[in-house]
Design a protein around this ligand. Structure first.
Ligand code: GLV
Length: 308
């Protein structure tokens, strides 16, 4: 039994080093240089190449090294006997919350407007909005979304949360699947933390985003394919939305000619809202590897049927 690492846009070397330190008797190989594919029972993945896992006939566990697993489901055909796990890490969750909070405060205090005004030496104060006057709707109440919603409520935002399955969170008004419209109506900011599945693809479109209050704002830390990009541009052009903060894109890296790059009301960051901490994630991988060896219940397994 051995471990294979399949990474795109991420250096596997520190992972191999740490895994070899913690599992000295286990073979850890990096795709595509796998000597004995039939030995691989456990694959550690970040955006694996299309169908790359099909070369491992004895594969049992696919471990994503991120919070999301869409990169696995969209690129691989997995047999029913394969279990898929993700990373749930308190540092990753905290980092995502801090990113969202930074975006919210920048929106409330108009930092991008003042940044642009400074370039033209324009002194033009704008009335600002306080935390207590602001309603935020968080889409997706898994471990990360629920934490973000709860923390924002604790510091005084008026918070709503929407998820497929009903959830209860202290201080947060929650809505279930068929209540998306009411969750978004009269809200100022939409924060998207949903997993990407066929049901949630394109969920950020002109119909949903225009339910926000005029001048509303959008923060997308879910996935690029949640957002219909042209709809966002049109809503910003028409003034219906005042802007957006985007960390994820349909194509990453964002192509050089993409109109988001130089849009004065769109702030983009290169998928850095939260990044898996190597040591924390390796601990989860090692724990799951040991559980796999002893046929125990794995940590953070996702539903292959639901896709998250
Ligand atoms: C990042 O996007 C992740 O899935 O952890």
């Amino acid at each position: 039994m051995s471990i294979a690492i399949l990474f795109d846009q991420k250096n596997p070397e520190p992972w191999v080093k740490l895994l070899e330190e913690k599992l000295p008797n286990t073979s850890v190989e990096v795709y595509p240089s796998i000597k004995e594919p039939e030995q691989v029972t456990f694959a550690v993945c970040w955006k694996p190449e299309k169908d790359a896992l099909s070369q491992f006939p004895n594969l049992k566990v696919v471990q994503s090294i991120g919070a999301g697993v869409d990169h696995i489901f969209k690129s691989q055909q997995l047999s029913d006997s394969v279990q898929v796990c993700r990373i749930i890490d308190s540092q990753l969750t905290q980092d995502l919350y801090e990113y969202v909070l930074t975006g919210l405060m920048s929106y409330l205090r108009d930092f991008s407007k003042y940044f642009n005004d400074q370039l033209t030496r324009t002194w033009k104060p704008k009335r600002y909005q306080t935390i207590g006057q602001t309603t935020v709707t968080v889409l997706g109440l898994g471990s990360i979304g629920a934490f973000i919603a709860k923390e924002l409520a604790e510091i005084g935002f008026n918070v709503r949360g929407w998820s497929k399955n009903p959830k209860k969170i202290a201080g947060v008004q929650t809505y279930k699947q068929d209540q998306l419209t009411v969750a978004l109506q009269q809200s100022d900011v939409l924060v998207n933390v949903l997993p990407l599945t066929p049901d949630t693809e394109d969920i950020l479109n002109s119909q949903t985003m225009s339910l926000l209050n005029p001048g509303g704002y959008m923060i997308n830390v879910g996935r690029g394919a949640h957002l219909v990009e042209n709809d966002l541009m049109e809503l910003i052009e028409s003034g219906q939305l005042s802007g957006a903060l985007l960390d994820v894109f349909r194509t990453e890296p964002l192509p050089g000619q993409h109109p988001f790059w130089n849009h004065p009301k769109i702030t983009i960051t290169p998928h850095v809202a939260s990044i898996t901490t190597l040591t924390n994630a390796v601990d989860i991988v090692v724990e799951n590897w040991n559980r796999h060896l002893h046929s125990k219940k794995l940590l953070h397994e996702v539903s292959v049927i639901q896709g998250y």
